[in-house]
Design a binder for this molecule. Structure first.
Ligand code: ZN
Ligand code: MN
Length: 488
């Protein structure tokens, strides 16, 4: 299956150590305008075209809260099972060239969302500390050299991103393997897409993941010094980065040293983390409530309305899918189908009587990349019933599906036009006999060889039968006939 092929080989850690990861995920909210001004929130525009005195931090300008951004934040909060608190904004003071105010408007003592959890497809639960609102900074672009600040000739600043609404989701340190880290990011992304809170595109920077990594001996439960890794631009880099960092800590601890708490950057080309700055402590930021923004709260009714408008979330969709398919579907396949937004197609096709296992196989393998929107559950079920009843072969079913996707034609019409009808059982039996006669060497190997030979020869002989019938024979039937002949 495609799902299995795309799984990365798990990078190794010594078994007597455990990695502990907490994530901080910044996500840009799906709003038309910025968090405190009317400028467009849009990726990819000409630099410094979506700017005004507020997001440029000019003296005398005043921020006004974008209510839609705050509502999206609490929508996500409810989807994550968080407690909703009043909206209170604070200034986080630090200097950076792409932040002209010299402070970022964020939330400090009271985040709008606290608590909550994400349940992963494998059943594990990752608790959240908070999910707070803040504004994004501008973007510094380094010209010359490798594109990094080090070695650059000069730098340019684009303020289009300054003031874009963000939500920062902070987990507790409860992720222990690279695959769990990946699963968390995928699950969070699925929730963000389902709730329409963000487009969550890591490659465009609308979802950015920082990882706090530490290690401990496997029999220990305390937390040791952590390092924060920034600059991670894909889920793949994320798992490489956390494992690299964990191994670095293990080496240090094992040789009498210790890591120091710092921010590190993931170097994509070299595949390692490099020291950034020593980590600031919260007191360095001199947080204080923003005097320009009055706190406000949502009523119980407001929150009830948010709850009522929530769509079915990925975890519930997986459960629904598993309920419809029973034990013919693995949790991984269920997760994949929900991610591809094909779960409803499968549930509906099964509900009109198609075999669940065959439906999922066809959807996973044969409706993977194409634009499958024209395939209705009824038509999908029709193809699958033709296949399971033996009217058409598996090969023919794939062709029917491909043609449906391409032309939107209905299955009956395709079968008629292509002259797809399965070979009759009498006909197929004589073809199988014929193939055995013609390929005696292979047949002997099939009958007398070990399991590997048998498997190889089985697919060779089946292939010959398929050729002779132009793909009209059913593979399973051919396999059964070969097996029968070998018994005689
Ligand atoms: Zn603006
Ligand atoms: Mn932040």
């Amino acid at each position: 299956m495609k799902a299995a092929n795309s799984v990365l080989r798990e990078p190794a850690l010594p078994s007597d150590w455990e990695m502990v990861v907490g994530l901080e995920v910044h996500v840009e909210l799906n709003t038309k305008s910025k968090l405190f001004c009317g400028c467009a929130n849009r990726f990819g525009d000409e630099p410094n075209t979506n700017v005004c005195p507020v997001c440029l931090g000019l003296p005398g300008s005043l921020p006004v809260v974008n209510l839609r951004a705050v509502k999206l934040a609490i929508r996500l909060g409810r989807a994550l099972g968080c407690e909703i608190n009043p909206a209170v904004f604070a200034r986080k003071n630090y200097f950076y060239p792409d932040m002209p105010k010299n402070y970022q408007i964020s939330q400090y003592q009271q985040a709008i969302n606290t608590g909550g959890a994400v349940k992963l497809p494998d059943g594990s639960v990752v608790e959240l500390e908070r999910a707070h609102i803040e504004e994004d900074t501008g973007k510094t672009i380094h010209i010359g050299g490798s594109g990094r600040i080090k070695g650059a000739a000069y730098s340019l600043v684009d303020h289009n991103r300054a003031g874009v609404p963000l939500i920062e989701i902070v987990t507790l340190p409860q992720l222990y393997t690279a695959s769990q880290v990946r699963a968390f990011v995928r699950e969070l992304r699925a929730i963000l897409l389902a709730t329409d809170v963000s487009d969550a595109r890591m490659q465009e920077g609308s979802m950015r993941v920082d990882a706090n990594v530490s290690v401990r001996p496997a029999d220990d439960s305390g937390l040791r010094t952590r390092c924060e890794i920034k600059n991670i631009s894909s889920v793949r880099s994320l798992s490489q980065a956390v494992v690299y960092e964990a191994n670095r800590h293990i080496d240090l601890w094992s040789t009498g040293g210790s890591p120091s708490q710092e921010t590190r950057h993931w170097d994509e080309e070299r595949g390692c983390t490099i020291s950034g700055r020593s980590k600031e402590h919260t007191e360095d930021y001199r947080y204080f409530p923003d005097p320009d923004l009055a706190p406000f709260a949502f009523s119980k009714d407001d929150i009830a309305a948010v709850d009522a408008a929530l769509p079915l979330l990925p975890a519930a969709r997986r459960e629904k899918l598993i309920a419809a398919c029973g034990d013919t579907i693995t949790p991984e396949t269920a997760a994949l189908l929900v991610e591809r937004d094909q779960d409803e197609l499968v549930v509906d096709a099964v509900s009109v009587g198609a075999d669940a296992k065959r439906v999922t196989t066809r959807v996973v393998n044969d409706l993977a990349l194409d634009d499958w929107a024209v395939v209705t559950p009824e038509r999908l079920a029709e193809v699958v019933v033709m296949e399971t009843s033996g009217r058409i072969s598996a090969t023919q079913a794939k062709k029917v599906l491909a043609e449906m996707v391409e032309h939107g034609t209905d299955p009956e019409a395709i079968v008629a036009a292509r002259g797809f009808e399965n070979v009759s059982s009498g006909e197929i039996e004589s073809i199988v006999k014929d193939i055995i006669e013609k390929h005696q060497d292979e047949w002997q190997l099939y009958c007398q060889g070990d399991a590997t030979d048998r498997k190889k020869m089985s697919s060779f002989l089946t292939g010959q039968v398929m050729r002779a019938t132009k793909g009209r024979a059913d593979g399973a039937t051919v396999g059964r006939l070969l097996h029968q002949h070998a018994q005689n």
